[in-house]
Design a protein around this ligand. Sequence first.
Ligand code: PAF
Length: 254
Amino acid sequence: MDIFFKVQHWRNQRKADRIEGLSLGMIPTMGALHRGHLSLIERSLRENDRTIVSIFVNPTQFDNPDDFSKYPIQVETDIETLRISGVHYLVLPDYEEIYPDNFRYQVIENEESHLLCGAHRPGHFNGVLTVVMKLLHLADAERAYFGEKDYQQLQLISDMVKAFFMNVEVIGCPTLREESGLAMSSRNQHLSPIQLEMASQFNQILRSAASSEEATNALRQVGFRIDYVEERWGRRLGAVHLGNVRLIDNVELK
Ligand code: PAF
């Protein structure tokens, strides 16, 4: 696996691979990799000649500085995981590489980014869309893979790619879950054993409740603080807090 710290070095590599006619799949991440990320990587490895992963904890998508400073960082372990997975390239850019303009230019969506997570995390999706547009341009990949756990993010990215005529196929992949039903997430490692048990009820309640109101009441009773439970895109989506940890999940409506 080749590791690139500089955007320009990556671009030189991609140019060379293009001349050879090699297709590329990209998986943008913020690191703290888990089996959910690995499932995206496995799919990309099947569908492309080369696979690239980026690890960049994007400061502009954190509305809360405390959340940013506590975001789990484990680059050495991630590099080891990626080497074993068979990924060809890893980009590990720093802030200056990604934001030479210091976030002067931004991608802003004016409707759906204000709903659900956007209503509770002001500016979050401006940061997500801006960094994803930059990463997709840099990667110059045929395909990019995102998890369905962040369903609103996936919708907004797919729509952005269409709106800006970007030359990449966005592929949404199913959420990987623990046996308890808890969606895999880098944030789960901040949960205590008792909170982990409580957290497993999040998915169970989203799935089994007859309505969003019923789910909200049941989640409240378990002890979650609730940002929202709402239905959209044929799914029931929710965001809840357990202590300092914010969890999101969604289920398909039957
Ligand atoms: O889903 C994530 O990990 C991040 O929001 C992403 C897409 C890598 C952008 O920073």
